[in-house]
Design a protein around this ligand. Structure first.
Ligand code: BGC
Length: 758
């Protein structure tokens, strides 16, 4: 007995906005063992009852149930249904439950214009605006689909009803080259007669303050909205209502909202008065940059009640949600019209138990709300998010109660696929912290941290964490989108910027670019090879390798071209074994020399490219890459492993050489023993971003499992369980983010929600 229990579309559980027939994968539920599919049968239809088929594969012999792509011509803005059945040992199971997907604007017949309720004079303004249009529908509607996006952030409403569950849409891409649009089926929101279409738009990543350089207008000076509604009537005709000069604009009650800065909202201004609507301006933006967002939008993924309300020794009223997270505080507030309330979100209490805001640097994480009536009101922010466990009620009426507040957790919506639990409570908490480190930093872009004035798509952090992420959740749509941005931001010479989307290069001075460089950091830029490779390993999706292959090759050849005679890569600023404890303590750099770490990553990337070439069937290229790999490995061994001795005497060097299998197999046990001796001598790990992920694997794969256990189970600083013992609910940026005496390792670079060591 077996059935098909789940069908994935393009490797995801939902698909809206797809522009070609999704790749199908299906999972079985079977009672017996050794179950093997021998044939499958796929049908697709425009109706859920499968009466009018648009595709019928017939019974196809085949054992694959992953990565099957039917080739079917689809129309824009339609819903299609798919079902699958399969056979094993001559017996067919019943048809699966149908799944459906919604197509995006395949025809790309864009008719809308980007319209703004702002003018160039609003360049220094991060206020919210409304864009609005009334339309008339006189015939019976068969189906209506809208494509929407914005320069900035937006929410969209039809007749006052919010469309979709996305937050912070359209997300963050390399806006100058790519902008995601969302696709919604809106049939049920429309009625015969007059209908109001309304967008609410905010500054977001597009023009609000961004980066630790605190610059604004990185992509443009005016927010704008784009929408195109296709209404198909039962008589077969269609109307298109698209944004243009006939829409009206007005200021919204959002007086200020920025990613880092929080939001100020005046509920007294909730609805613009009739005379406040004004004409809108069209903003130039290339429509061929539009690309569909098909899955994993940012959504409210959970709610956490207040665990404790406390008053600090300084007298601050504080809410403790018991979990570090990304999101915002939803609240109820009472008081007379015009009453202003203000709260600040933050991560940790200081040594004395008082509010600690320093590690947020210039990020304000402040919500200010002005009451619009005398009645109780409920508020949720619109165009910001906070990284926090606590909220400080700086200005609030005395009657505040714990159940007036709920933390809403925001992250890209990715179903959990992996979990781990054991009998050791502290390790289970560590596992929890790893998962919440992911949740806190997967907001459309894989960020380094969610709280301070940074929150950037640091490539190194993403690369290091990607295999853990793939184990925990279905990252397919998320990484695929981000890798598209990586390609968009990669220089012609192959250099990959430190952060994707790249918001550091545009604001760097020529001197900074010349001396430090804003790209080409080994281990960071290798996100170009490692992230797609890990995604391929997790999903079996060859298309991801095909899509990224040129980018992978370009990055490897960037390094090739900058090797010196001895095969050393010494390009500009290298982060190396970032934050390792064996550095000089004056900088965040570890002791492992960067020419060494660069060579290691170069070999790792080269091997990935060689293997990808083979999988993609580029056999000549694969052979050439393998040849080069052998040559460079010989040189690496000559440089760093003469006569079987590893010349770089750091824990990270040993861990990397072992985990990446760069030493000949026969000397690995000896190296592992030396690594154990070093750990004994140092008394603990001293590894940073590069060495840490390799450490336990290097030991346990080479006969030193006991030493790996010892590292994992260590409860004192430095070790994975030290933050757990300190009450951490996420992974910390530093092994000693908070010291045993309650002091902090640094005021300005100390995130308590940084997934790398996870
Ligand atoms: C980030 C990192 C990042 C590093 C590189 C930090 O500010 O938080 O995690 O990789 O910079 O310099």
């Amino acid at each position: 007995m077996f059935t098909i229990k789940k069908i994935l579309l393009d490797f995801m559980e939902e698909a809206a906005g797809v522009t070609s027939f999704p790749v199908l994968s299906w999972q079985f539920a079977a009672t017996g063992r050794n179950f093997r599919q021998s044939a499958f049968h796929i049908q697709a239809a425009e109706r859920a009852d499968f009466t009018q088929l648009i595709y019928d594969s017939g019974e196809m012999a085949g054992k694959d149930s992953n990565g099957i792509k039917p080739h079917v011509k689809l129309q824009s803005g339609r819903r299609y249904y798919v079902r699958v059945r399969a056979a094993a040992e001559g017996k067919w199971c019943t048809w699966s439950e149908p799944v459906s997907f919604l197509t995006g604007n395949i025809a790309e017949n864009w008719q809308g214009k980007f319209i703004s309720a702002e003018t160039p004079a609003d360049k220094d303004n991060s206020k919210g605006t409304y864009l609005c249009k009334e339309i008339q529908l006189d015939k019976e509607v068969e189906q209506a689909v809208i494509y929407t996006t914005a320069l900035g952030l937006y929410q969209f409403f039809i007749n006052g009803q919010r469309i979709g569950r996305e937050e912070l849409a359209p997300g963050w891409t390399a806006y100058q080259k790519r902008l995601s649009y969302q696709t919604y089926e809106v049939t049920e929101y429309l009625k015969n007669g007059r209908n109001e279409l309304r967008a609410h738009v905010g500054a977001g990543w597009y023009k609000g303050m961004l980066t630790f350089h605190h610059v604004r207008n990185l992509y443009g000076e005016q927010t704008a909205f784009f929408g195109q509604l296709h209404v198909r009537y039962t008589d077969g005709t269609e109307d298109v209502f698209a944004t243009d000069e006939s829409w009206l604009g007005a200021d919204s009650p959002v007086l200020f909202a920025e990613i880092y800065g929080g939001e100020t909202y005046d509920a007294g201004k909730a609805e613009p008065e009739a005379g406040m609507w004004h004409t809108v301006q069209c903003v130039d933006y290339p429509l061929n940059n539009l690309q569909p967002q098909t899955a994993s939008p940012i959504r409210v993924a959970g709610e956490i009640p207040v665990q404790k309300m406390l008053v600090t020794p300084k007298g601050e009223r504080v809410l403790d949600f018991g979990q570090n997270m990304s999101g915002w505080v939803k609240f109820k507030v009472r008081g007379a019209k015009g009453t202003q309330v203000k709260l600040h979100c933050f991560e940790v209490l200081d040594k004395d138990g008082n509010v600690y805001l320093e590690n947020l640097r210039e990020a304000k994480e402040t919500i200010t709300y002005i009451k619009g009536s005398d009645a109780e009101e409920v508020f949720t922010p619109h165009f910001t998010y906070q990284g926090f466990q606590y909220a400080w009620l700086e200005e609030w009426p005395d009657d505040a109660q714990a159940d007036d507040f709920t933390a809403q957790v925001l992250h890209s919506d990715m179903p959990q696929t992996g979990s781990f639990a054991c009998s050791e409570k502290l390790i289970n908490q560590l596992q929890h912290n790893i998962l919440w480190g992911l949740k806190g930093n997967f907001l459309d872009v894989p960020t380094d941290c969610p709280q301070r004035d940074e929150r950037l798509g640091w490539t190194g952090d993403a690369e290091i964490f990607s295999s853990t992420a793939n184990f925990l959740v279905n990252t397919h749509a998320f990484y695929q989108k981000w890798l598209g941005d990586l390609v968009a931001e990669q220089a012609d010479n192959g250099a990959v910027p430190h952060v994707v989307p790249d918001v550091l290069t545009p604001v760097a001075t020529p001197e900074m670019i010349e001396h430090m460089g804003m790209d080409g950091a080994s281990g960071w830029a290798d996100a170009a090879t490692i992230v797609p490779w890990n995604l391929y390993l997790a999903t079996g999706d060859i298309a991801i390798l095909r899509r990224q292959y040129d980018s992978m090759k370009k990055w490897v050849s960037f390094m090739d071209a900058r090797m010196d005679e001895q095969g050393r890569f010494t390009y500009k600023m290298q982060f190396g074994d970032w934050l390792a404890l064996d550095g000089d303590g004056k900088t965040p750099l570890g002791a492992t020399p960067t020419p060494f770490t660069c060579s290691v990553y170069h070999l790792v990337s080269l091997e990935i490219v060689a293997r990808s070439a083979k999988i993609l069937g580029y056999l000549q290229e694969a052979a050439a890459f393998n040849q080069k790999l052998e040559k460079l490995l010989r040189r690496f061994r000559a440089n760093y492993l003469p006569e079987g001795e590893l010349t770089v005497k750091t824990q990270s060097a040993y861990a990397m050489v072992l985990a990446y299998k760069l030493a000949p197999a026969d000397i690995r046990p000896k190296l592992a023993k030396e690594l154990v001796d070093m750990l004994e001598k140092d008394g603990h790990l001293v590894t940073g971003f590069m060495g840490t992920p390799c450490l336990c694997q290097a030991l346990s794969e080479n006969g030193q499992t006991a030493a790996a256990w010892k590292l994992l189970e260590r409860e004192e600083f430095p070790g994975w369980l030290y933050p757990v013992k300190q009450g951490a609910t996420t992974i910390w940026e530093h092994w000693d983010g908070k010291r045993p005496d309650g002091s902090f390792c640094s005021p300005d670079m100390n995130s308590f929600n940084h997934y790398a060591y996870g």
